[in-house]
Design a protein around this ligand. Structure first.
Ligand SMILES: Cc1cc2nc3c(=O)[nH]c(=O)nc-3n(C[C@H](O)[C@H](O)[C@H](O)COP(=O)(O)OP(=O)(O)OC[C@H]3O[C@@H](n4cnc5c(N)ncnc54)[C@H](O)[C@@H]3O)c2cc1C
Length: 408
């Protein structure tokens, strides 16, 4: 079924629940046939990849991280079935890294609802995803340190009112702002800073589900004009005394930190980095073969490095997913940061090898390599690599460390 705009209002196909290979094969086909060809236009126009999400919904894949008893595929760390979710993310990233970031936001939100929401909330919100194609995201971003030329500070303030709260202020880096229906807002009730920017927030952080069709929520599209990850549409969103009903509170204060949920999402970024590397690797291989460069010993070395890099990245993801699913949570959490660090470097190095082996024309459109280079450059800044590495070192040394945001 479709609405007046031709968008699907019910999934047209049922996925092969329980047959992960079939599901991942269907995702790979969609990614190759439809998502990769659309990526350039979404990037040029910095537009949310809406049609890609319509296709995921039509094929019954939007609820991948929804538990099976609610009509989903039951993927993800909350269901102890992590690798299929991350492999799906890698496949989407191979087509379009921005699409994968939007997908991560959606899937992570569903994992949080699965882990922390009441059964009534799950029934309502999972039905919205599986039956009606609703898309979710999680927004924390309230950077407190202004950059040159920035006068207004980002940040939100929450005021208790009868039956809920009102929210005033702004969030930046709001991925999917022009395309999703629901956002989980990570809010510090004491004042601006979100989850990432305030160290003392742990016990009091609230997760509030916000219906983005509320007219008091507006999107400022003038801020997001970045070098890469353009189609994530990570705009500034403003809240003008937006009412959040009490029944939209997910879990209790501090539940996000108590469950250490950020650590389940860090390695999924790495799954996306791998997707970018795979796309560049595939393009590079076809390029050097077509140019008859396969006999060049330097090209051979670079191709050898690329192959080892992507294989190493796959092994790391498999290892971390296995730790999550066997319940070795402490090990899984720090291993996720290790995977983020090493896969980020392997992905960047792989793209570098492709460029050196292929030459300048590999960085001219319609080559996807120039977009992957830009996307990875920005996406790698989602977290601070120096701080991630220091966090890993602190864990080894037995020093206290912050596994969520790698603050020193
Ligand atoms: C493509 C993309 C999509 C994103 N999507 C989302 C999203 O959907 N939801 C969401 O919540 N966030 C999202 N983010 C935001 C992300 O979580 C970070 O908040 C953001 O990337 C930080 O931006 P910055 O580096 O300019 O900010 P800053 O906060 O200024 O950080 C700059 C660097 O300084 C360090 N730093 C910050 N404060 C201090 C300090 N006081 N002392 C010392 N060092 C400090 C940081 O660790 C960082 O390395 C996204 C980011 C990107 C790039």
């Amino acid at each position: 079924m479709t609405d007046d705009l031709g968008h699907a209002t019910r999934p047209a196909r049922k996925p092969a629940v329980g047959d992960d290979r079939a599901v991942l094969g269907a995702v790979a086909k969609l990614a190759e046939d439809r998502f990769a060809p659309r990526a350039d236009e979404y990037d040029r126009t910095a537009a949310f990849p809406a049609e890609d999400f319509d296709d995921l919904f039509s094929d019954g894949l939007l609820g991948a991280a929804v538990p099976r008893e609610y009509g989903g595929l039951g993927y993800g760390p909350a269901q102890r079935n992590t690798l299929p979710l991350w492999e799906m993310t890698t496949t989407l990233a191979k087509a379009d890294l921005s699409l994968a970031r939007c997908w991560e936001g959606h899937a992570n939100s569903l994992v949080l609802i699965d882990a922390l929401a009441t059964s009534e909330q799950k029934r309502r919100w999972f039905t919205g995803v599986v039956e009606h194609g609703e898309k979710w995201v999680a927004w924390s971003g309230e950077p407190q340190t202004p950059k040159p030329g920035e006068s207004a500070r980002f940040g939100t303030t929450l005021t208790p009112v009868q039956d809920g709260w009102t929210l005033r202020g702004s969030k930046a880096f709001a991925t999917g702002a022009t395309g999703v229906q629901w956002a989980i807002l990570l809010v510090d009730p004491v004042g601006p800073g979100g989850a990432r920017q305030t160290r003392e927030v742990h016990g009091r952080l609230l997760l509030l589900a916000c219906d983005l069709s509320d007219p008091t929520v507006t999107v400022d599209t003038s801020w997001w004009d970045p070098v890469g990850m353009r189609a994530t549409a990570s705009h500034v969103v403003r809240f003008h005394d937006t009412f959040i009903p009490r029944e939209h509170l997910i879990g209790g204060p501090g539940g996000y930190f108590d469950g250490q949920w950020q650590t389940a999402f860090i390695p999924q970024h790495a799954a996306s980095f791998l997707g970018g590397a795979l796309a560049a690797y595939e393009y590079g291989l076809a390029y050097v073969k077509r140019q008859g460069k396969s006999g060049d010993p330097y090209v051979q070395q670079r191709v050898g490095s690329m192959a080892v890099n992507v294989e190493t990245a796959r092994l790391w993801l498999r290892h971390v997913a296995g730790l999550w699913d066997e319940g070795s949570l402490d090990e899984a959490r720090i291993a996720g940061s290790r995977a983020w660090h090493v896969i980020g470097h392997l992905a960047e190095e792989t793209v570098h090898h492709v460029i050196r082996a292929c030459g300048a024309r590999s960085l001219i459109r319609p080559s996807p390599v120039e977009r992957i280079l830009r996307d990875l450059a920005l996406y790698k800044l989602h977290d601070n690599d120096d701080h991630v590495l220091a966090t890993i070192g602190r864990a080894v040394l037995g020093e206290p460390y912050d596994p969520f945001f790698h603050r020193l």
